[in-house]
Ligand binder design. Structure first.
Ligand SMILES: [Zn+2]
Length: 271
Protein backbone atom coordinates (compact mmCIF):
# COMPACT_ATOMS: atom_id res chain seq x y z
CA UNK A 1 0.00 0.00 0.00
CA UNK A 2 1.22 3.46 -0.85
CA UNK A 3 1.51 6.11 1.85
CA UNK A 4 2.47 9.74 2.46
CA UNK A 5 4.61 10.96 5.33
CA UNK A 6 3.08 14.46 5.50
CA UNK A 7 5.52 15.78 8.10
CA UNK A 8 9.16 14.71 8.07
CA UNK A 9 12.51 16.56 8.19
CA UNK A 10 14.45 14.69 5.54
CA UNK A 11 17.22 17.31 5.54
CA UNK A 12 18.29 15.62 8.78
CA UNK A 13 18.04 12.08 7.39
CA UNK A 14 20.13 9.98 5.03
CA UNK A 15 19.57 8.96 1.43
CA UNK A 16 19.49 5.33 2.59
CA UNK A 17 16.47 6.19 4.72
CA UNK A 18 14.79 7.84 1.74
CA UNK A 19 15.37 4.60 -0.20
CA UNK A 20 13.96 2.43 2.61
CA UNK A 21 10.87 4.64 2.83
CA UNK A 22 10.36 4.23 -0.93
CA UNK A 23 10.66 0.45 -0.62
CA UNK A 24 8.00 0.49 2.09
CA UNK A 25 5.59 2.34 -0.25
CA UNK A 26 6.17 6.02 0.50
CA UNK A 27 5.23 8.14 -2.51
CA UNK A 28 5.11 11.69 -1.09
CA UNK A 29 6.80 13.49 1.79
CA UNK A 30 5.98 16.92 3.20
CA UNK A 31 8.92 18.70 4.81
CA UNK A 32 8.12 21.73 6.97
CA UNK A 33 10.80 24.31 7.69
CA UNK A 34 12.20 23.57 11.11
CA UNK A 35 14.76 24.41 13.79
CA UNK A 36 17.91 22.54 12.82
CA UNK A 37 19.14 22.04 16.39
CA UNK A 38 20.99 25.36 16.62
CA UNK A 39 19.89 28.97 16.19
CA UNK A 40 20.78 30.48 12.85
CA UNK A 41 22.88 33.64 13.06
CA UNK A 42 21.58 35.48 10.02
CA UNK A 43 18.87 35.66 7.39
CA UNK A 44 21.24 34.13 4.83
CA UNK A 45 21.22 30.88 6.82
CA UNK A 46 17.47 30.72 6.32
CA UNK A 47 17.88 31.45 2.62
CA UNK A 48 20.30 28.54 2.28
CA UNK A 49 18.00 26.25 4.26
CA UNK A 50 14.94 27.19 2.19
CA UNK A 51 16.96 26.56 -0.95
CA UNK A 52 17.96 23.16 0.41
CA UNK A 53 14.27 22.32 1.00
CA UNK A 54 13.14 23.47 -2.43
CA UNK A 55 16.11 22.63 -4.67
CA UNK A 56 18.18 19.79 -3.25
CA UNK A 57 15.76 17.66 -1.22
CA UNK A 58 13.26 17.23 -4.11
CA UNK A 59 16.10 15.81 -6.23
CA UNK A 60 17.24 13.43 -3.50
CA UNK A 61 13.64 12.23 -3.10
CA UNK A 62 13.00 11.92 -6.85
CA UNK A 63 16.04 9.65 -7.18
CA UNK A 64 14.19 6.99 -5.18
CA UNK A 65 10.74 7.73 -6.64
CA UNK A 66 9.36 9.92 -3.85
CA UNK A 67 7.81 13.33 -4.51
CA UNK A 68 9.04 15.97 -2.09
CA UNK A 69 7.06 19.04 -1.02
CA UNK A 70 8.03 21.67 1.53
CA UNK A 71 6.48 24.24 3.85
CA UNK A 72 8.15 27.60 4.48
CA UNK A 73 8.17 29.32 7.85
CA UNK A 74 9.96 30.06 11.09
CA UNK A 75 9.72 27.48 13.83
CA UNK A 76 8.65 28.82 17.21
CA UNK A 77 12.07 28.03 18.66
CA UNK A 78 13.54 30.78 16.48
CA UNK A 79 10.57 33.14 16.65
CA UNK A 80 11.45 34.85 19.94
CA UNK A 81 13.50 37.60 18.25
CA UNK A 82 10.69 39.51 16.54
CA UNK A 83 13.01 41.82 14.59
CA UNK A 84 15.02 38.93 13.18
CA UNK A 85 11.82 37.04 12.40
CA UNK A 86 10.56 40.01 10.40
CA UNK A 87 13.68 39.91 8.24
CA UNK A 88 13.00 36.23 7.50
CA UNK A 89 9.29 36.83 6.86
CA UNK A 90 10.20 39.57 4.38
CA UNK A 91 11.93 37.07 2.10
CA UNK A 92 9.39 34.24 2.48
CA UNK A 93 7.14 35.23 -0.46
CA UNK A 94 9.90 34.37 -2.93
CA UNK A 95 10.03 30.82 -1.54
CA UNK A 96 6.26 30.43 -1.09
CA UNK A 97 5.97 30.97 -4.84
CA UNK A 98 8.23 28.01 -5.63
CA UNK A 99 6.57 25.06 -7.36
CA UNK A 100 7.04 22.48 -4.58
CA UNK A 101 5.91 24.62 -1.62
CA UNK A 102 2.58 23.76 0.02
CA UNK A 103 2.15 26.70 2.37
CA UNK A 104 3.34 28.37 5.57
CA UNK A 105 4.69 25.97 8.22
CA UNK A 106 5.63 24.74 10.58
CA UNK A 107 4.85 27.74 12.71
CA UNK A 108 3.28 28.02 16.14
CA UNK A 109 4.37 28.14 19.75
CA UNK A 110 7.17 26.65 21.83
CA UNK A 111 7.24 28.42 25.21
CA UNK A 112 4.02 30.35 24.45
CA UNK A 113 5.65 33.77 24.93
CA UNK A 114 4.26 37.11 23.76
CA UNK A 115 7.06 37.42 21.20
CA UNK A 116 6.32 33.97 19.76
CA UNK A 117 2.68 35.02 19.39
CA UNK A 118 3.70 38.24 17.61
CA UNK A 119 5.80 36.33 15.09
CA UNK A 120 3.05 33.74 14.61
CA UNK A 121 0.47 36.47 13.94
CA UNK A 122 2.70 38.02 11.29
CA UNK A 123 3.25 34.64 9.64
CA UNK A 124 -0.52 33.96 9.61
CA UNK A 125 -1.09 37.40 8.11
CA UNK A 126 1.40 36.66 5.34
CA UNK A 127 -0.31 33.31 4.67
CA UNK A 128 -3.70 34.99 4.40
CA UNK A 129 -2.38 37.63 2.03
CA UNK A 130 -0.81 35.04 -0.26
CA UNK A 131 -3.65 32.47 0.09
CA UNK A 132 -1.49 29.75 1.66
CA UNK A 133 -2.37 26.66 3.65
CA UNK A 134 -1.10 26.59 7.24
CA UNK A 135 0.73 23.96 9.29
CA UNK A 136 1.05 24.49 13.05
CA UNK A 137 3.54 23.00 15.48
CA UNK A 138 2.13 22.64 19.00
CA UNK A 139 4.43 22.72 22.04
CA UNK A 140 5.84 19.76 23.89
CA UNK A 141 4.57 17.94 26.96
CA UNK A 142 3.32 20.23 29.73
CA UNK A 143 2.97 23.21 27.36
CA UNK A 144 0.93 21.31 24.75
CA UNK A 145 -2.59 21.89 26.02
CA UNK A 146 -2.01 25.57 26.77
CA UNK A 147 -0.19 26.15 23.47
CA UNK A 148 -2.82 24.35 21.43
CA UNK A 149 -5.55 26.44 23.08
CA UNK A 150 -3.61 29.63 22.36
CA UNK A 151 -3.14 28.72 18.69
CA UNK A 152 -6.83 27.86 18.30
CA UNK A 153 -7.82 31.13 20.01
CA UNK A 154 -5.66 33.09 17.57
CA UNK A 155 -7.15 31.22 14.60
CA UNK A 156 -10.70 31.68 15.85
CA UNK A 157 -10.06 35.41 16.12
CA UNK A 158 -9.15 35.70 12.43
CA UNK A 159 -12.19 35.57 10.14
CA UNK A 160 -9.97 35.02 7.09
CA UNK A 161 -9.01 31.49 8.21
CA UNK A 162 -10.45 28.57 6.24
CA UNK A 163 -10.21 25.78 8.83
CA UNK A 164 -10.25 23.06 6.17
CA UNK A 165 -6.87 24.40 4.95
CA UNK A 166 -5.18 24.33 8.36
CA UNK A 167 -3.41 21.41 10.08
CA UNK A 168 -2.69 21.59 13.80
CA UNK A 169 0.07 19.05 14.31
CA UNK A 170 1.53 16.94 17.13
CA UNK A 171 -1.92 16.35 18.62
CA UNK A 172 -2.20 13.93 21.51
CA UNK A 173 -5.10 12.39 23.42
CA UNK A 174 -5.76 15.58 25.41
CA UNK A 175 -5.72 17.99 22.44
CA UNK A 176 -7.02 16.15 19.37
CA UNK A 177 -10.70 16.57 20.20
CA UNK A 178 -10.34 20.37 20.43
CA UNK A 179 -8.75 20.46 16.99
CA UNK A 180 -11.13 18.10 15.20
CA UNK A 181 -14.31 19.54 16.71
CA UNK A 182 -13.29 23.01 15.58
CA UNK A 183 -12.98 21.77 11.99
CA UNK A 184 -9.20 21.68 11.51
CA UNK A 185 -7.03 18.83 10.31
CA UNK A 186 -5.28 17.08 13.19
CA UNK A 187 -1.72 15.82 12.78
CA UNK A 188 -0.49 13.00 15.01
CA UNK A 189 3.26 12.50 15.37
CA UNK A 190 4.66 9.12 16.34
CA UNK A 191 7.95 9.28 18.22
CA UNK A 192 9.86 6.59 20.11
CA UNK A 193 10.03 8.59 23.36
CA UNK A 194 7.52 11.45 23.33
CA UNK A 195 4.43 12.69 21.51
CA UNK A 196 2.28 9.71 20.39
CA UNK A 197 3.30 6.26 19.15
CA UNK A 198 1.70 3.91 16.61
CA UNK A 199 -0.47 2.06 19.15
CA UNK A 200 -1.78 5.27 20.73
CA UNK A 201 -2.42 6.66 17.26
CA UNK A 202 -4.60 3.64 16.42
CA UNK A 203 -6.45 4.30 19.71
CA UNK A 204 -7.14 7.87 18.60
CA UNK A 205 -8.42 6.76 15.18
CA UNK A 206 -10.72 4.30 16.96
CA UNK A 207 -11.99 7.00 19.33
CA UNK A 208 -12.39 9.92 16.93
CA UNK A 209 -12.70 8.32 13.48
CA UNK A 210 -10.36 8.80 10.52
CA UNK A 211 -11.71 12.04 9.05
CA UNK A 212 -9.19 14.91 8.90
CA UNK A 213 -6.45 12.92 10.65
CA UNK A 214 -2.91 13.04 9.28
CA UNK A 215 -0.33 10.66 10.76
CA UNK A 216 3.37 11.40 10.47
CA UNK A 217 6.84 10.58 11.76
CA UNK A 218 8.16 14.16 12.10
CA UNK A 219 11.50 12.36 11.89
CA UNK A 220 14.39 14.78 12.35
CA UNK A 221 17.89 14.80 13.88
CA UNK A 222 16.61 13.60 17.27
CA UNK A 223 15.20 10.25 18.44
CA UNK A 224 12.57 9.57 15.76
CA UNK A 225 11.63 6.95 13.17
CA UNK A 226 11.21 7.67 9.45
CA UNK A 227 9.26 4.38 9.23
CA UNK A 228 6.69 5.42 11.85
CA UNK A 229 3.87 5.59 9.27
CA UNK A 230 4.41 1.96 8.12
CA UNK A 231 4.58 1.02 11.81
CA UNK A 232 1.15 2.62 12.26
CA UNK A 233 -0.16 0.69 9.23
CA UNK A 234 1.07 -2.58 10.77
CA UNK A 235 -0.52 -1.67 14.11
CA UNK A 236 -3.84 -0.97 12.34
CA UNK A 237 -3.65 -4.38 10.61
CA UNK A 238 -2.89 -6.13 13.91
CA UNK A 239 -6.02 -4.60 15.40
CA UNK A 240 -8.08 -5.94 12.50
CA UNK A 241 -8.83 -2.68 10.69
CA UNK A 242 -9.61 -2.99 6.97
CA UNK A 243 -7.18 -1.92 4.26
CA UNK A 244 -9.67 0.73 3.15
CA UNK A 245 -9.46 2.51 6.52
CA UNK A 246 -5.68 2.28 6.66
CA UNK A 247 -5.45 3.66 3.13
CA UNK A 248 -7.76 6.55 4.05
CA UNK A 249 -5.50 7.64 6.92
CA UNK A 250 -2.10 7.25 5.27
CA UNK A 251 -2.94 8.09 1.64
CA UNK A 252 -6.36 9.59 0.91
CA UNK A 253 -6.33 12.06 3.81
CA UNK A 254 -2.93 13.62 3.10
CA UNK A 255 -3.77 13.61 -0.62
CA UNK A 256 -6.96 15.57 0.08
CA UNK A 257 -5.19 18.01 2.40
CA UNK A 258 -2.21 18.61 0.10
CA UNK A 259 -4.52 18.92 -2.93
CA UNK A 260 -5.76 22.21 -1.50
CA UNK A 261 -2.35 23.76 -2.18
CA UNK A 262 -2.07 25.32 -5.61
CA UNK A 263 1.47 23.94 -6.00
CA UNK A 264 0.60 20.30 -5.29
CA UNK A 265 0.84 18.40 -8.57
CA UNK A 266 0.71 14.75 -7.62
CA UNK A 267 0.59 12.09 -10.27
CA UNK A 268 -0.60 8.97 -8.44
CA UNK A 269 1.26 5.74 -9.20
CA UNK A 270 -0.78 2.84 -10.56
CA UNK A 271 -2.57 1.16 -7.65
ZN1 LIG B 1 8.40 19.16 12.45
Amino acid sequence: MFFFDPHIHMAARTTDEFATMAKMGCVVVGEPAFWMGYDRTGVDSFVDYFRQLTEWEPKRAANVGIQHYAWMGINAKEAEDVGFSREVIAMLPEFLARSSVLGVGEIGLHKCTANEVTTMLELIDLAMKTDEQLLFHTPHLEDKYKGTRMILDVLHGDSRIDRSRVCVDHCEEHTIRLVLEAGYWAGITMYPTSKANPERTVDMVEMYGADRILVNSSADWGPSDPLAVPAFMAAMRRRGHPQSLIRKVVYENPLAFFNQSRNFQFSAPEA
